[in-house]
Structure formats: C-alpha cells, structure tokens
Design a binder for this molecule. Sequence first.
Ligand code: HEM
Length: 116
Amino acid sequence: MEFLRHAVVLVHLVGFAVLFGSWVVAATGARKFTRVMDGGLAIAAVAGLALAAPWGTDGDLNYVKIAVKLVVLLIIGAILGIGSGRQRRGAAVAPALFWSVGVLTLVNAGIAVLWR
Ligand code: HEM
C-alpha cells in the first residue's frame, strides 16, 4: 500500500511538472494558455484527491494544508478557464491572469514541500 501511495505521489508530481513546464514554455514564448496546462492540472488534481484520503501512510494527514491546496488548484483552474475562453474569442490573456497561473502553481508546490 505504501508503495502504491508513493506511485500516486509520482503521478501527482508528473501533473505538477506538466502544468509548470508547459507554463514556463509559454512564459518564454507566446504567453498563451494551452491544453497541456489543463492536462497537467487535471493529473495533479486527480492524484492529489487520491492522496487526500488516509491510505498507505502511518502519519496523520494535514487536512488544513490539503484544503488550502485544493482551493489554490480551483483558482488556477478558474483562471485557465477564463483565459482560454478569451483566447477562443481571439483576445489575448491579460498578463495578470497569465502570471497568476505560474505563481499559484509554485505556491501550491511550496505549500506541499514547506508546510510541515
Ligand atoms: C497545482 C496544484 C498542485 C501542486 C503544484 C502540488 C504539488 C505537490 C508536490 C510538489 C508534492 C510533493 C511534496 C512532498 O512529497 O514533499 C505534493 C504532495 C501532496 N499533494 Fe499536491 N499539489 C497540487 C494539488 C493538490 C491537491 C488539489 C491536493 C488534494 C486535494 C493535493 C494533495 C497532496 C497530498 C495529500 C500530498 C502528500 C503526499 C504524501 O506525502 O503522501 N495536492 N503536491
């Protein structure tokens, strides 16, 4: 069970890498939201929700931390949705929205690693 939990953490990290990596590529290029970002967010969300249940671990889960991460993830998803909608209508993504996705993704990784 512990091995399986670690495997799900790995999948969670792949989601983070896909989301943040595709955002860095966009930040150094077209500054547009992409479907790859949506995919990374979805992978991180599904694996994160699986990890939010107490299985495969002896320690207690920090549910305040998990709830904060869920809220941040929902905000990132809302921003990606709003920005992608504007892009479909031919408008550019507002710089504040674009940068928020990268910053909030890093914030969530920081919360995961630094909040003990
Ligand atoms: C963009 C969104 C997210 C990012 C960038 C992110 C990032 C990370 C990272 C880097 C870790 C590894 C930390 C470590 O092992 O020290 C982690 C672990 C974890 N994440 Fe996330 N996360 C996100 C969303 C979520 C969501 C939405 C949930 C749950 C609702 C969640 C639940 C967890 C849990 C429970 C762990 C600990 C796994 C364990 O040690 O058993 N994450 N996250």
